[in-house]
Design a protein. Sequence first.
Length: 240
Amino acid sequence: MEEPKVPRHVAIIMDGNGRWAQRRNLTRAEGHRAGMAALRRVVEACDKLGIEVLTVYGFSTENWKRPRSEVTVLMDLLLEWIRKERDELIQRNIQVRVIGGPGRLPPRTRQELDELVSATSGNTGHVLCLALNYGGRRDITEAARRLGERVRRGAMDPADIDESAVAGELMTAGLPDPDLLIRPSGEMRVSNFLLWQMAYAELWFTPVLWPDFGAEQLEEAIRVYQSRDRRYGGLREEEP
Ligand code: IPE
Ligand code: IPE
Ligand code: MG
């Protein structure tokens, strides 16, 4: 029998840091810090499992609604994460990509993030795609605007706007669509994550909170994924 395939692209909504902290009488900041440790474990596990692309939702376009103090904590932790993980990401041959608008990120964070992306751009191992200040609707809206501009310049015919043209303008251009979307923390919604890209992703939800997430949960998600029958609107292979 053929070996069951691991998903090429796994996308994770890293949710539940606040509740994890609350249950332990810790501050939300400590919850986010524990979430950062979970990310480290999961990056390592993906590497071992041979997953080509891991996209993690770290900050949504809606997360700006949170109190300023929490936003500051998250941005500070992001900078800390970049500095701490940089060398290891380079050494592990991981290619870091960022999706999401650079607009509102603190300039220092943006600069170090850009540096991390360029320092790892020649790496040939798995892709770690960070969704920061990301919103699926914004992604699609900006793609539409760019296509509109091309049409206005006369560089494109509206009749040539097809699915691959749209996909090619999304922030994930060049990456395969996610095969598996994981959301911890018991919430069962997509919260404006990769809306276009997850058209045929398999969804897996777990009540485990993100700071408790690790290789074990990832492996469980993959086992479930491997038992799913992906038909893409067609019929099972053995059916006539
Ligand atoms: C996820 O944890 C981190 C971000 C959204 C940035 P939360 O902060 O959403 O944790 P809960 O949902 O309050 O538990
Ligand atoms: C989604 O989590 C965004 C990230 C994990 C970055 P939220 O906690 O912001 O989502 P909602 O508010 O529960 O939908
Ligand atoms: Mg949440």
